[in-house]
Design a protein around this ligand. Sequence first.
Ligand SMILES: NC(=O)c1ccc[n+]([C@@H]2O[C@H](COP(=O)([O-])OP(=O)(O)OC[C@H]3O[C@@H](n4cnc5c(N)ncnc54)[C@H](OP(=O)(O)O)[C@@H]3O)[C@@H](O)[C@H]2O)c1
Length: 303
Amino acid sequence: MPHTSSINQETKYKLNNGLEIPVAGFGLYLIPAEETEERVYQALKAGYRHIDSAVGYRNQKQAAAGIKKFSKETGTPRESIWFTTKLTGQQQGLEETKQALKDVASDVKESIGYVDLILLHSPKTSSQKRLEAWKVLEEAVLNPESSPLTIKSIGVSNFGKAHLVQLLAKAKVKPVLNQLELHPWLPRVELREYLKKHEILAEAYSPLTQGAKLEDPELLSLEAESGLPKAQLLLRWSYLQGFVVLVKTNNPKRVVSNLEVLPKKNDDWKISLDDKIWKALDKPESNDVITWGHNDPTLFPID
Ligand SMILES: NC(=O)c1ccc[n+]([C@@H]2O[C@H](COP(=O)([O-])OP(=O)(O)OC[C@H]3O[C@@H](n4cnc5c(N)ncnc54)[C@H](OP(=O)(O)O)[C@@H]3O)[C@@H](O)[C@H]2O)c1
């Protein structure tokens, strides 16, 4: 029995605040600032409607400019494009986060007016800093007129269960999602169950393991057996898990081919994986963290 889903390039998932996020996201980590505007423009032209940047990537301003250019040239409404950015650890804290919102506003407001989603990039600060930062983000969502920047949704990244338990005990606004390293070698089964219980969506980053596992002998043999490119196998796995998927490429051809893993809206084929391949990729116990210097940020101790 193949594992199949009816999602397509235009599918959106409903968040716990009622807004809808496009399932296929284009990530900007390590895209040089001077190439970002063009790459974002290309990604939108290819059909992506979801762009993932961060203050730490030093390209959010150029990303916003790419969205503006596409929107203006094609007449695509700003509202049909999702833009996420993330605040660094140094931007956590009452004063720090207030200042951070002014800084993000000065980078993106003129081009795109508002931000769809702001995330705390990492829990690797302190309980006080995380909770203070969250308070400022909540305030921005609850009282938009008091904020220098309109933010539609707020969320977290790299938060483990302990960080979420602590946050949810105080939060007036729930995070809409948790952006996490997720791939067959790091399926985070337990954490995902917790997220599901609390209606927090799992968003997958590094679905291609940043290339680290692309020469894995088992993956290469699945590629040979299935006739599907290995990157496609990993992306199919990720979409079929129900994640919002963020994939990065700075290669114009891959911008297109990575999105074509999903059918176009009216195509008559569905994304699927053969049961044998699905089982071979299923490693529920695996815990191979590739990003963040191999130190799992979700396990950062609570002070
Ligand atoms: N919240 C966080 O802490 C965090 C951490 C990491 C990433 N992210 C987000 O998630 C996004 C994606 O993750 P990522 O950039 O770490 O890793 P990724 O998407 O898993 O992998 C990107 C790497 O794979 C290569 N690649 C892309 N498409 C390919 C294909 N079809 N075949 C073979 N290789 C391919 C890229 O090279 P080319 O560019 O040469 O194609 C690049 O080296 C990021 O850009 C960022 O937005 C968030």
